[in-house]
Structure formats: C-alpha cells, structure tokens
Write a protein that binds this ligand. Sequence first.
Ligand code: DC
Length: 240
Amino acid sequence: MQPPAVIAIDGPAGSGKSTLGALLARQLGYIYFDTGVMYRALTVVALQQQLDLHDAAALATLAQRTQIEVLRPTIADGRQYTVRANGQDITLELRQPVIDQHVSFVALQPAVRSELVRQQRAIGTRGQVVMVGRDIGTVVMPDAPLKIYLSASLHERARRRHAQYIHHHGDALERVVVELARRDQLDAHVLQPASDAIVINTDHLSPEEEVEYVLALWRQHATAAACPTMGIAAHPDPLE
Ligand code: DC
C-alpha cells in the first residue's frame, strides 16, 4: 500500500517552514497543518489555568482533556487558520511573546508529546497534507514519502522573525537573536533531521525558490511511484 500523500517539513524556529508549507499546500491543493500551533494552544490554556509548566502530571492531564481544533480561517483577518481550544478561538493568542517564552517547556513533556503526536498522526494518515513541525519526519509520519528539513543560520532566522513581527513587538534584532538561540537549545531534543530527509539551507533562497525546488522533488517522487523501477536519485538536484 502507498504511504499517504504527506510532505513533512521540519526545522528550527524561523527557518521558513510555515511560509514554505503554506505555499506548497496552496499549490498542491493540500491541507496545510502547522503542528506547532497545537503545542502553542496547550500553552495558552495552561497559562490561562495558571498551571505550573514544570508539572508533568498536570500538563499530561491537560493534554488529554483539551480539545484542540485547527480549522480553515473563520475570520478574514489575514490568519492562515483558526485554532480553538475547548471551543474558544485562541488564534490571536498563539503568537504572543509570552507563548514564545513558555511553549518549549510544554513541548518538553513526554506525555504532552505522545498525546499531541497521536492527534497529529490521525490527521496525517488522511493524506493530502503538508505537515510542518520538528519531529514530523522522525516521529509523527516516519513513512512520509517526502521529508524536508529546512536549516538557516541563527542570524538569518532572527532577521526574518524581526522583520515579520517588528510591528507587533518592536524588539531589537539582538534580542530576537538571543531569544531564538534560547529556543534552539530548548527544542534541541526534537531538532534532528530524519535520516532520509532532504536538508535545504534557506539562507540564500527566496520562498518561491524553495517552493519550486520542493515541487520538483514532489513531481520526481510521483513519477517514481508511478514507475517504481526509476527510483529517486540519492541526492536529487531538480534545479540543475
Ligand atoms: O514552530 P513553532 O515555533 O510554532 O513551535 C512551537 C513549539 O512547539 C516549539 O518549542 C517546538 C515545539 N514543537 C515540537 O516540539 N514539535 C512539533 N512537531 C512542532 C512544534
């Protein structure tokens, strides 16, 4: 049986996963699913309930009891999706600096991870989805037919984040560098590319170039699946 049509995109914060994922999904007519929003949603609820974010048992219970829904946008305010937790629209809370500061602690909890991975897998196995996260290629969908791991230098990632959020937060670039370095450290436990992932350094690529590259890989994959004797080259470079 063919594995479900899934493109897995992993990589550190600010590497361009969500931009690439959303563009690819639009081009292919697939669902775009940013798994990071589930960890963020749980963090919003945990803070609302004033839980201790180091209390493993409390967070495990919270993960099991919180109904997180990731939907198409319900309001036309530029959002890519609507996220509800127990029926409450929390989309605007997800990107608040306080959530950036705390989400990695929630994502560290093994019981939180196993519950959210279970829910993510249920969505992934339906297929026709571009899934973005940290452990999609290694844990959530290890059989995904195409796995991309995006990398970019700390400085370039900080520059992008700074440009993206300057109007909201007004942080200096140096502060964004420090914050991203801190998150890299906390996320290190899930920052390993799958052994069969194609690693793309995006320092000098535009989102359009990245999309073109990955679409070419996807077409190669589709051709190889239709004609199995062709296979896919070990190090394909479709832009050549
Ligand atoms: O991609 P992001 O910044 O929205 O991710 C938020 C947090 O969730 C970050 O600390 C990494 C974590 N995360 C994870 O551990 N596994 C995923 N599949 C997605 C995100």
